[in-house]
Design a protein around this ligand. Structure first.
Ligand code: 5PA
Length: 340
C-alpha cells in the first residue's frame, strides 16, 4: 500500500500535536556501530517532549485527539506505580487543559520517587491501588468514571500503555516518519528493534512496515511480560487497527512469533541484573546515550546479543527505537549502584 494512501487514512482520525517539533531525530551511533560491525542508528523517541518524553506520547496524540473530539474533560489511566505511560498521560492531559486521574498499582506507603514523584509534580489525581495486574484496574477505572459522570464530568478511559487501536495509529504514523527520514538520510533500515510490553508500539511498527515497506523486519524484544500474552495483545491490536483503518493485511501470527524475541527479560518486569546495567554503561560510555533499566537497556542487550549470534547478520542497518523511560534509573538507583 502506498505511503500516501496510509497517510491519508491516518489523517482522518482526530489527533493533537504533542511531539516536540513534530518529529523525533534519527542519529547514527558511530562508535557503537564500529564496535558491533554493523550500522546502528537510534530513533530518539525518548525526546518526544511532554514530561520526560517516550513512546506513549505518539499514542496519546491520537488517544487525546479522540477524547477531545468526544468532548471528554477527564482522562483516567493506569499502570504500575512508576509507569512511564501514566506520567506521559498526566503531562499531556494537563498540557491540553484536561483533568487526569491515575490508578497506579502499588503500596499506599510507597515513597514518591521517580515517575511517581513526577506524577505529583504535574498535579495528577493519584489513586494507589493494591492490585497486582493491569486487568484488575479496569473495574476500578470504570467505577471512578461512573462517579465522575454523576458529578457532571465526561471521563475517557485509556487502558494500560494506551494499547488500543486508536493508540496504535501513533506508531503507524511513526512508520511514515521513519520512511521519510530514511530518504532524507539516504539509508534503508533492514531491522527496527524496540522494547515491547503492552503491544501498541510493536503492533503499529509491524503493521506500518508490513503495509509500507515490508522488506524491513520489526523485532520486538520482550522485556519480561509473559511472551504469549504480548503476542496475543500485539496480534489483537494489529487486527483491530486494520479494521479501524478498513484495510486488509497479510501479516500472520507466525510472523509475530518469529519477531517477538524472548530471552532478554532478565527475570521479569522491573527486575534489573548486572547485564542490563553493563549494557547501559556500555552505550552510555560509547555514545553518551542514556538507556533505562526496565525497557531500552534490555532491548539493547537483546540487539547486541542477536548481532553476536548472527541472528541479525553483521553489516545490517538497524534502527533502535529509544522508547524513553530514563527516570527509572532514579527509581532503581539502589540496585543500579550495586552493579556499577
Ligand atoms: C514501555 C511501556 P508498549 O507498551 O507499546 O509495548 O511499549 C513498551 C515500552 N519502552 C517501551 C518504555 C520506556 C515503556 O515505558 N510502558 C508501559 C507503562 O506503563 O509505562 C506500558 C507498560
Amino acid at each position: 500500500m502506498s505511503y500516501y494512501k496510509i497517510k491519508s487514512l491516518i489523517e482522518k482520525f482526530p489527533q493533537v500535536n504533542l511531539v516536540s517539533g513534530s518529529e523525533t531525530p534519527i542519529d547514527f551511533l558511530e562508535n557503537l556501530s564500529r564496535e558491533l560491525g554493523t550500522e546502528i542508528y537510534v530513533k530518539r523517541d525518548d525526546l518526544t517532549g511532554v514530561a520526560i518524553g517516550g513512546n506513549k506520547v505518539r499514542k496519546l496524540e491520537f488517544l487525546l485527539g479522540d477524547a477531545l473530539s468526544k468532548g471528554c474533560d477527564t482522562i483516567i489511566t493506569t499502570g504500575a506505580i512508576h509507569s512511564n505511560h501514566a506520567l506521559e498521560t498526566a503531562g499531556a492531559a494537563k498540557k491540553l487543559g484536561l483533568d487526569v486521574v491515575l490508578v497506579l498499582r502499588g503500596e499506599e506507603t510507597a515513597t514518591p520517587k521517580g515517575n511517581y514523584l513526577l506524577d505529583k509534580l504535574v498535579g495528577a489525581d493519584i489513586r494507589i491501588v493494591n492490585v497486582s495486574t493491569g486487568k484488575e484496574t479496569i473495574p476500578i477505572m470504570e467505577k471512578i468514571a461512573q462517579e465522575l459522570e454523576i458529578n457532571g464530568k465526561k471521563p475517557y478511559i485509556i487502558p494500560t500503555g494506551g494499547a488500543t487501536p486508536i493508540g496504535t495509529l501513533g506508531y503507524i504514523k511513526c512508520v511514515l516518519e521513519i520512511v521519510k527520514q530514511e530518504k532524507e538520510l539516504g539509508v534503508s533500515f533492514d531491522y527496527i528493534v524496540h522494547a515491547t510490553s503492552s503491544g501498541g508500539t510493536q503492533a503499529g511498527l509491524a503493521l506500518g512496515f508490513h503495509l509500507i515497506k515490508p522488506t524491513t523486519e520489526v523485532l520486538g524484544i520482550g522485556v519480561g511480560d509473559p511472551r504469549t500474552e504480548v503476542i496475543e495483545s500485539v496480534w489483537e491490536l494489529i487486527n483491530s487497527t486494520a479494521k479501524l483503518l478498513k484495510i486488509e493485511h497479510s501479516l500472520t501470527k507466525e510472523y509475530l512469533e518469529n519477531h517477538t524475541i524472548p530471552g532478554y527479560g532478565f527475570g521479569g518486569y522491573g527486575k534489573i541484573t548486572k547485564e542490563v546495567v553493563d549494557t547501559i554503561k556500555y552505550v552510555g560510555s560509547l555514545e553518551g546515550l542514556i538507556l533505562d533499566p526496565i525497557y531500552t537497556g534490555k532491548a539493547m542487550y537483546g540487539t547486541v546479543d542477536l548481532l553476536k549470534k548472527n541472528i541479525i547478520p553483521k553489516g545490517s542497518t538497524i534502527l533502535f527505537i529509544h522508547t524513553g523511560g530514563m527516570t527509572s534509573i532514579f527509581q532503581y538507583d539502589d540496585i543500579i549502584r550495586k552493579f556499577l
